[in-house]
Design a protein around this ligand. Structure first.
Ligand SMILES: NC(=O)c1ccc[n+]([C@@H]2O[C@H](COP(=O)([O-])OP(=O)(O)OC[C@H]3O[C@@H](n4cnc5c(N)ncnc54)[C@H](O)[C@@H]3O)[C@@H](O)[C@H]2O)c1
Ligand SMILES: [Zn+2]
Ligand SMILES: [Zn+2]
Length: 394
């Protein structure tokens, strides 16, 4: 089959690789019909390359048609249309029973002391072959795959794999009080859907921060007030001004470690990503530091006693944090990978509603063949050509 394969830092290619096959009775094989590229894939493209091996298949936002199931898989059958959550979880362990599927104890990657395995996401998360490919082996298929109805286009349901549950969890964790204000940093797919979900939940004021004009415009169309990101403190001042000088009641960081405006850490990430992987991994484990311009601004613009909800991914072991500010302001902080399966029952009615209230079907900016994926990674990293969400049609 054809698959999007990692070859090195900023080097992604489409290769012929062996078709996957059932290996365990809890596996399924899915023929992929749509598979999105995620902001998280950009971390693998560069920052986390020390945890990748040449030949790793990328992708954790896939959906398709079930081809084959193992003997213990009864919740889905060949021919079913399914979306695959990015985290691989069992549904019956201590963590899954508590709706913490991203910490699943059956698939946890104990070698690296990490949570649940993820599709297409480094040795830290199990090095499981990803879904930017024609076929995907799905472990724990007795629980993971989400059955969706026939009819609407793939893009109506595709973002159940990651984007919508992540945004949903971000908004839930932010817990904006009634009549309050939510600030959202970063208007990639996660931030865009956080704005929409917050509006759906009735959050009165949503202030959204980014620096890419078309992303700011899209959020504005969905009801957000826009503040343009700037390095010099002006965006923080603007948010204070909009909130009686106090700051927002709740803040979501949907940016993560590749934030603009952190030149020193940015150079360090580049050096680490180009070092031999054993040295780079040690660097990351001991002194690796994130680009925190968005996170620190988020902290400075949440009001005293407010909530900070972090869905952007951070990976540094030695990232400096303003502990005095966090402590003195009594900030509540919640974060982590999305527990995708925990939110599906709440989200699904919005996707099966013919009026498509979250406007999912029109969200993708680019639909491409799998052969075009290497160029799409470059375009997406450079934020060129209005790219917000790229969907591969293998
Ligand atoms: N927690 C989870 O389960 C989970 C799931 C999916 C994605 N993520 C993470 O969420 C983050 C966002 O994902 P995405 O797909 O929307 O990514 P993306 O790269 O498309 O979006 C990030 C946005 O942040 C903006 N930005 C950069 N620096 C900024 C700054 N200083 N202030 C404000 N905005 C800034 C960029 O212009 C961009 O629009 C990534 O870190 C991703 O890894 C987490
Ligand atoms: Zn993703
Ligand atoms: Zn589990």
């Amino acid at each position: 089959m054809r698959a999007v394969v990692w070859h090195g830092t900023e080097d992604v290619r489409v290769d012929n690789v062996p078709d996957p096959a059932i290996e365990k009775p809890t596996d399924a094989i899915v023929r992929i019909t749509s598979s999105a590229i995620c902001g998280s894939d950009l971390h693998l493209y560069k920052v986390l390359s020390m945890y990748m091996d040449e030949g790793d298949i990328l992708g954790h936002e896939p959906m398709g048609i079930v081809e084959e199931v193992g003997s213990e898989v009864t919740q889905i059958s060949p021919g079913d249309r399914v979306v695959l959550p990015f985290n691989i979880s069992c549904g019956h362990c201590y963590m899954c029973e508590r709706d913490l599927q991203s910490q699943c104890e059956t698939t946890q990657v104990t070698e690296y002391d990490k949570g649940a395995a993820l599709f297409g996401y480094t040795k830290l998360y199990g090095q499981v072959a990803g879904g930017q490919a024609e076929y995907l082996r799905v472990p724990q298929a007795q629980y993971g795959p989400i059955k969706v109805p026939d009819g609407p286009a793939d893009e109506r349901f595709l973002y159940l794999s990651d984007v919508i549950p992540t945004a949903w969890q971000a908004v839930k964790y932010a817990d904006t009080p009634k009549g309050g204000t939510l600030a959202v940093y970063g208007l990639g797919p996660i931030g865009q859907f956080a704005v929409r979900v917050a509006k759906h939940f009735g959050v009165e004021r949503v202030i959204a921060v980014d620096l890419v004009p078309e992303r700011m415009e899209l959020a504005r169309r969905h009801g957000a007030e826009i503040v343009e990101w700037s390095d010099d403190g002006r965006s923080a001042a603007a948010i204070k001004e909009l909130t009686d000088g106090r700051g927002a009641d709740a803040v979501i960081d949907a940016v993560g470690t590749e934030a603009h405006g952190a030149p020193v850490q940015s150079a360090m990430q580049t050096i680490a990503s180009r070092s031999p992987s054993a040295i780079a991994a040690k660097l990351m484990e001991k002194v690796g530091s994130d680009r925190t311009s968005a996170l620190h601004t988020a902290i400075s613009t949440v009001r005293r006693g407010g909530t900070l909800s972090i869905s952007g991914v951070y990976g540094g072991a030695a990232t400096p944090m303003p502990m005095m500010e966090l402590f003195d302001k009594q900030v509540q902080v919640r974060m982590g990978q999305a527990n995708v399966k925990a939110w599906i029952d709440e989200i699904m009615p919005l996707l099966t509603d013919d009026s498509d209230p979250l406007d999912t079907e029109s969200f993708a900016t680019h639909r491409i063949s799998i052969e075009e994926a290497p160029d799409a990674y470059k375009m997406f990293q450079q934020k060129e050509d209005g790219a917000i969400k790229v969907v591969i049609k293998p």
